[in-house]
Design a protein around this ligand. Sequence first.
Ligand SMILES: [Zn+2]
Ligand SMILES: [Zn+2]
Length: 341
Amino acid sequence: MHQIYRCQYLNHSDQEIIGICLNPSCKQTRQYCYKCLMDNQLHQNCRNNFQKINQIEEVIQTKLNYLEYLQYQLSQKLKVLEKAWLNWMTELQQEQAKIVKILESLKNHNFFLLKQNLPSVIQFFLSLQNDNNHNKFQKGLRLAKSCDLLNAIKIFDEILKNDEKYPDCYYQKGLALMKIDKKRQDYLQKSVECFRKAIEMNKFHFDAYKNQGICLFQLEQYDQALKCFTSAITYGIYDKECLLYKAKILQKKDENFEACNILDKIINQDSQDLEPYFYKGVYLIQVEVYPYIIQKSMIRHRDVLIKLLVLIQIMFKHISYRVICCLSQKNQMMLEITLIR
Ligand SMILES: [Zn+2]
Ligand SMILES: [Zn+2]
């Protein structure tokens, strides 16, 4: 250890190291002593990058302090945000309860109750007179919900003309576009663009990542879609649809081992869910091993199973299947699908 604190140069061995050369392209011994400092032949082009040990220490300590400061700030911010978020949620719930009540009083022709809430109704209508983006957005949402997608998109476009920085508006427009017709490439492509803008403005937009992935999947741009699902999954929110899509893409890319790992993750969450078994089965059929699901769950999920079998038939048109249900020995979910070529 002491070795390093003594200069390595000939005739400098009695000298203590006082600093380090931090020139990135320096090829000489990095540490220097007082004699090195005096010798013009050594570190000729490095003098500006000479740093004393205590200076380096100071700079690093400063950085450390700054990191501690940032962490403190971040944890404080989290507390404030958490509190504000909870308050906001409570406010929304209170408003919702009030509006539900008003709506009920209208439906039941309970005008006494309606009269009691009249100040809120008046307030509500006053706020609607304002032709702002917020009101327009609400209208767009309502139209989209009632499947009047083209008119919803018109409204979203109007909003975006006034305010280009409205991530949720892009997101909703994207959703509406993809709902019009899942087979229309031009709509899907436009949706992808909308979701991209939403993510650009709000990189925590989990749903935008997910739906962008779904559009890209429909467009058969599997590598791009995979990136979206992977980004969405990194947020740590369990979302079966996201995982399932990722598994399907991996299967298409012949990365079956990883795909099965993902399907197992879904099965671990809910062992009664038949869909992951189905996709695992699709792979297993491909390698001519038989997928299994227990008879008990067969009875319980008869309708789902029939759908699955139809799906299997669609996917493997050239093969016909005879399905034999049987109980498994290991009490696992089992369905034996026998191949008949
Ligand atoms: Zn030296
Ligand atoms: Zn140097």
